[in-house]
Design a protein around this ligand. Structure first.
Ligand code: CU
Length: 490
């Protein structure tokens, strides 16, 4: 896979943002058809897929030619270079996944957003030692949607994510299959994982980096993709350590959100900008039906001029919280319009699936988690208590419907994630819950000084010993102790 000889030296990174010349070179991975190749761009890599009832993942050291000179050492699942295969699961099937650790350090593999028993969750408790195989098995109960897997070992999540360990999970079901939506993987239905990296002088990834300097789309720097002149579906994941995105198109066009973290919305929601915090997924429809063949459009992140506390809005270009992408508008993906397929989707569906969300009135118990900071130089915590493996922070009764409120302090924005459940956001103290956020969620951005409340039903899985996690999905905050655990008990 390496060394295809296309070590094109690129300097055209960052679009309308500042020049981030860093000698980024062409992606040597499997690529999408980029319609001949635009100078300065690399074909977007599309992850291979894995499906079936018995799946195998193995995490091992790898490398990828990302820059001129030495290849960059990485971690990847299943012989990939950076990022792993997409697992295609079907609601209702029972799967077994053998996860083998070929690293020289411990890891775990967490199924983000997937509703399953705590002992199968792959959180910090399900450690896979070097050379060992962990074999969780579970029924796929989630709605059709876009989920992901990634390491979740306390204190090493940030480094292993930075090295490239992770992959998509796409769940399919009958309700989604009945809708006129794009679903040809890699053709009109693209997984798109967004992150960024900083490189050391020897081209290795700086694993302690909070904000990378170079945007990678599916591990591809300066990515472009050819998409047919019809409605196309983008399944976007923010897999950054800490940076949030405010996505939109350079031409300001409207696009539609059709899915949130836990499945399809009841109907498409028109937006021109989309805020995504680390860990969040959104499924979008982009209308290319009126585009000329050969036209191009650019997906960007409008991170310039964001309010204080927006992750990546800092002005520093170097140092611990600095980045060449900070406080800029930068390019994420160039889309080149190609000929429509014969069976392409040419109309926006008026409705999607029937959802009945939990409301505040359904909740029979309420909890509040305060995000606190003890002072300069100390890590963020929930209610002044850092994560401790030996402490159960919350105990929930099986089948309870609860309202949880995450109340942020005044230091920084955070990305709250809870395992086990998909919930409905019922209120934001800063204003109405945006329409596109009124779907099943497992992760959300909470602004400085903001309180966000959600309602979830903790059903199906109880254990007196195996805990689920809740935490900030900014991996530096999570590793620093902004994490707690809860039991669901019968
Ligand atoms: Cu945080």
């Amino acid at each position: 896979m390496l060394g295809l000889g296309s070590a094109l030296l690129l300097t055209a990174c960052g679009g309308s943002g500042k020049d981030t010349d860093g000698g980024v070179t062409a992606d040597a991975g499997t690529d999408a058809d980029a319609g001949g190749g635009t100078p300065g761009f690399n074909p977007l890599w599309i992850p291979p897929t894995l499906s079936g009832a018995d799946l195998a993942l193995s995490l091992a050291p790898s490398s990828k030619q990302l820059r001129a000179g030495a290849a960059t050492p990485t971690y990847a699942y299943n012989g990939g270079e950076l990022w792993g295969p997409t697992l295609l699961l079907t609601k209702g099937e029972t799967v077994r996944i053998d996860v083998t650790n070929h690293l020289t350090e411990d890891t775990t593999t967490h199924w983000h957003g997937v509703h399953l028993p705590a002992g199968m969750d792959g959180g910090p408790h399900q450690v896979i030692a070097p050379g060992a195989t962990w074999s969780p098995s579970f029924e796929v109960k989630n709605n059709a949607g876009t989920y992901w897997y990634h390491p979740h070992l306390h204190m090493t999540t940030m480094a292993q994510l930075n090295l490239g360990a992770g992959g998509f999970i796409i769940v399919r079901d009958a309700a989604e299959a009945a809708l006129p939506l794009p679903r040809t993987y890699g053709v009109d239905d693209l997984p798109l994982v967004l992150t960024s990296r900083r490189f050391n002088a020897d081209n290795s990834i700086s694993t302690a980096t909070i904000y990378g300097d170079y945007l990678l789309a599916n591990g591809t720097p300066n990515a472009e993709v050819a998409l047919p002149a019809q409605f196309v579906r983008l399944r976007i994941l923010n897999a950054e350590i800490e940076r949030a995105y405010d996505l939109g198109f350079a031409d300001g066009r409207t696009f539609h959100v059709i899915g949130t973290d836990g499945g399809l919305l009841s109907a498409p929601v028109a937006v021109t900008r989309l805020l995504m915090a680390p860990g969040e997924r959104y499924e979008l429809l982009v209308d290319l039906t009126a585009e000329a063949i050969g036209a191009s459009l650019t997906l960007q992140s409008f991170n310039r001029g964001q309010p204080f506390g927006f992750p990546g809005g800092e002005t520093a270009t170097s140092g611990e919280f600095g980045s060449l992408l900070n406080n800029t508008t930068f390019d994420v993906l160039r889309i080149n319009v190609a000929a429509a397929t014969t069976d392409g989707i040419t109309a926006l569906p008026a409705t999607l699936v029937a959802n009945t969300y939990w409301t505040a009135a359904d909740a029979t118990n309420a909890r509040t988690l305060n995000i606190t900071d003890m002072g300069p130089g100390t890590p963020f915590t929930f209610d002044g208590v850092g994560f401790d493996h030996a402490t159960i922070n919350q105990t929930v009764t099986l089948n309870a419907i609860e309202q949880w409120t995450v109340a942020n302090g005044r230091i920084f924005g955070h990305s709250f994630h809870i395992h086990d459940v998909q919930f409905a956001i019922v209120s934001r103290s800063t204003g109405p819950v945006p329409e596109h956020e009124r779907g099943w969620k497992d992760t959300f951005f909470v602004r400085i000084g903001e309180s966000v409340s959600f309602v979830a039903r903790f059903d199906d899985y109880a254990s007196p010993t195996d805990a689920f996690m809740y935490h900030c999905h900014m991996a530096n905050h999570e590793d620093g102790g902004l994490m707690g655990q809860f039991l669901v008990v019968a």
